[in-house]
Design a protein around this ligand. Structure first.
Ligand code: JFZ
Length: 479
């Protein structure tokens, strides 16, 4: 029997650390062990070798564990644009409104009805395990009491108080991981060379390196404030695309963050120096190459609150997107946009509550799961338990007949409905002893065991899921 058509999931990694891989490429591929070892010693002693590069794959897996297990995070875009009249920052950048008029919205950013405890509770009840809040968008308006700059909720906002401090406390009190969105770009600043289409930048950073360094120092001062005060679990950078890794001095930023929290997780928007991938434009169709990824998603068509955007996704649509992410082994970072007074639109609350009912019922098929099996074996989304011995099947429809599962070489020991306990009967057809093509299962799902939104079936297997991935077998001998 050939094993070429078999797939054992989950796949294991090579066991080589990132640092090892990088150095072996640098020093050539054909090397004797002793030479490699000597090279590693030399490389390890070079001054630019920071501890980020020295991390082994096992260490990274351990650092990324909570993120890999979390599956759902809630993103919050909140700032002076939350008046609902303009897009976040882009409105003045694109010339839709003069910058001065845009910045005047700070006078309406009251946070009068801000309830950080209520926000954190709603987020936890949605089933999210982490949250990421905009501490500063591209408009440079800081939501905390920054001493590094003059534009903040305390100094220039109608709120006149630090809005991050009580949120950080509430988030931690709910047992959630705390993430900070931080825009590397700060368009209004005199020392930031904003670029837009054919408009020349305010200055050329190679001609005025001190001016650029002044800006980098400012960013670093703000990041130091955020990290030394609240030790965030995750930093979600944005705006890296305007400059290269060298111009940002990205490794130094990573070191700064790691200095305050060696376990910090950093998103991808720092010119190749992040920890995980962030696919754009929704949920990917095929499984991303990156072991860790997260897609961020709006609940309507806007990141921040907009009075004229009523194009909310149906709560069950959002739920399907979450299940889609789970099945492809990634996370969904779902964005909400509270109003300037701190109230959260009813439609967004409804989406979070829908997620909450479903996630609490199906917790075992969400947290700690890994990507499922490729499409074609079953009509539905799938995931696997961490040890690979339970296959979860998510049905975003009401089946009109038994559920078919084919190409499964591991044998099913038990089948049940998650969060309900109903045990399923099944039939196995074409289970032929001499064939490498496994039999086809048909599971009967009683209608009274169906979930109103997405039903989850757990198949308990006799071994970590092994699949048949071929095109069928031709008989070559009669035995
Ligand atoms: C960025 C921000 O500009 C936006 O305002 C919002 O905060 C979002 C979460 O992040 O938007 C982007 C950034 C990059 C791309 C698209 C939107 N991109 O690379 O396609």
């Amino acid at each position: 029997m050939s094993s070429a058509n078999s797939l054992h999931v989950p796949e294991t990694h090579t066991g080589l650390s990132h640092a090892d891989c990088g150095k072996m490429i640098i020093f050539g591929t054909v090397m004797k062990t002793r030479e490699i070892f000597t090279s590693l010693l030399i490389a390890a002693s070079l001054p630019f070798q920071q501890h980020a590069a020295a991390e082994t794959m096992a260490e990274k897996e351990s650092r990324m564990q909570w993120f890999a297990d979390a599956k759902l995070g809630i993103f919050i875009h909140w700032g002076i644009y939350s008046t609902g009249r303009t897009s976040e920052s882009w409105a003045f950048h694109n010339g839709q409104i003069p910058m001065a008029d845009y910045m005047q919205q700070a006078g309406e950013f009251t946070a009068d009805n801000y309830d950080p405890t209520g926000w954190a509770r709603l987020i936890r009840e949605s089933g999210a395990r982490y949250t990421v809040i905009t501490t500063k968008h591209h408009d440079g308006f800081a939501l905390w009491d920054t001493r590094a700059g003059d534009v903040s909720a305390v100094k220039t906002g109608a709120a006149h108080r630090d809005l991050i401090a009580p949120f950080a406390e509430a988030v931690r009190a709910e047992g959630l991981k705390l993430g900070f969105y931080y825009s590397l770009i700060d368009w209004p600043r005199e020392d930031y060379p904003e670029t837009y289409r054919d408009k020349p930048p305010k200055y050329d950073i190679t001609a005025e390196p001190a001016r650029w360094q002044h800006f980098l120092d400012f960013n670093n001062a703000q990041l130091t404030e955020l990290c030394s005060t609240w030790h965030p679990d995750l930093i979600w950078f944005d705006g890296d695309w305007e400059h290269s890794a060298e111009e940002w001095n990205a490794p130094a930023i990573v070191d700064l963050l790691r200095h305050h929290n060696p376990q910090v997780i950093i998103n991808s928007r720092i010119q190749g120096h992040g920890d995980y991938a962030t696919p754009e434009l929704g949920v990917p169709v095929t499984r991303p190459d990156s072991q860790w990824w997260e897609t961020c998603m709006t609940v309507n068509d806007s990141w921040g609150y907009r009075t004229d955007d009523h194009n909310y996704k149906h709560p069950v649509t959002v739920l399907r997107m979450l299940v889609d992410c789970i099945s492809l082994g990634g996370n969904l970072l779902l964005d909400i946009g509270p109003r300037a007074d701190g109230s959260i639109p009813d439609e967004e609350v409804a989406i979070l509550k829908t997620l909450g009912r479903w996630t609490s019922k199906h917790a075992e098929a969400i947290y700690g799961t890994r990507a499922g099996i490729p499409a074609g074996h079953v009509q539905g989304y799938t995931s696997l338990s961490h040890d690979g011995t339970t296959l979860y099947i998510y049905l975003p429809y009401r089946p009109t007949g038994p559920l078919e599962v084919k190409g499964l070489k591991s044998r099913v020991r038990r089948a049940r409905v998650v969060g309900d306990g109903t045990e399923l009967d099944w039939r196995l057809y074409n289970d032929i002893s001499w064939s490498e093509v496994p039999g086809v299962y048909y599971f009967d799902i009683p209608h009274n065991a169906l979930d109103p939104e997405i039903t989850v079936i757990a198949l308990e297997l006799d071994s970590p899921a092994t699949l048949y991935r071929g095109a069928g077998q031709v008989i070559t001998a009669n035995e």
